[in-house]
Ligand binder design. Structure first.
Ligand code: GLU
Length: 272
């Protein structure tokens, strides 16, 4: 069976050196395995995703010399698939509607409230009440019920180069699977698509390591196959911070305009 890899950027900005490092890690892994490589544009955020960023991503990747197999897949065109997966979980009684806003959650959270691996207050949260009972609705996974369906069976993932990792999705609490402004969430869409596209190897940044626990749980609940994972170290700014547009990391676009060559970019990304 030919291994299948994917690169799955979100078109919410221009690519920077961190993305070049990540893309290089994915392409290198796919090449070494003799695998196929798919490009998936994760454009489910209707406000932050822009078609011009998606176009720039394709252009930058091609400039870097990274080509992909088959058509580019866009998550915004696949909302029906996510809705079907959501309905499956709903039928099993594993979801609930939540109208809490960030402010409602912050108001109810004690200073020592439990937090998820991203630092957000973990739900359920005793005493939290929606300030707008008719406000927009998110759909959350009832984590305790979801874990109960595992019947004590261990939940692990295979981290390449490391081995089996025990997944602890409970650390995330009742994660959002359909957001207020869009009928899916990152966790749901990524799991549905990795399965639908036959992805066998997920190579992505270390910042998504903890999310893998939620992905493995959703794969189990939706009866989807389990890919192997490899979370590569993140390229850091000289001050040790994560590279990001908001911290002023230069885009590949601006480096290109300054006259950087493909090799200059790959070398700066630690990929040469
Ligand atoms: N779209 C995600 C991002 O750009 C990556 C998703 C993934 O690789 O699972 O951070």
């Amino acid at each position: 069976m030919t291994p299948v890899f994917r690169f799955a950027p979100s078109p919410t900005g221009l690519l920077h050196l961190g993305h070049a490092a990540s893309a290089a890690a994915v392409w290198r892994a796919a090449k070494a395995a003799g695998g196929r490589l798919l490009l998936r544009i994760e454009d489910i955020d209707p406000v932050r995703s822009k078609p011009e960023f998606a176009a720039a991503i394709e252009d930058d990747l091609a400039w870097l010399g990274f080509s992909w197999d088959g058509p580019v897949v866009r998550q915004s065109e696949r909302l029906d698939l996510y809705a079907a997966a959501l309905a499956k979980l709903d039928t099993r009684g594993l979801l609930y509607s939540c109208r809490l806003s960030r402010t409602d959650i912050a108001a109810a959270a004690a200073p020592d409230a439990a937090r998820d691996p991203d630092g957000a207050v973990r739900l359920p949260l005793a005493g939290a009440r929606p300030s707008d009972p008719d406000g927009p609705v998110a759909r959350r996974l009832h984590m305790a019920k979801a874990l109960a369906t595992l019947d004590g069976e261990p939940l692990t993932w295979w981290e390449e180069g490391v081995g089996a990792i025990e997944a602890q999705p409970e650390r995330w609490g009742d994660v959002v699977l359909a957001r207020k402004e869009t009928p899916t969430s990152y966790h749901l869409a990524v799991v549905v698509d990795d399965a639908a596209q036959g992805v066998t190897h997920v190579v992505r940044g270390r910042d998504l390591y903890e999310a893998t626990a939620v992905h493995r749980l959703l794969q189990r609940l939706l009866d989807l196959p389990e890919p192997a994972y490899r979370h590569h170290p993140l390229l850091m700014a000289p001050d040790g911070a994560k590279l990001s547009k908001s911290r002023g990391s230069p885009s590949l676009r601006s480096l290109r305009e300054e006259g950087w060559s493909r090799e200059d970019v790959l070398r700066a990304a630690g990929a040469l």
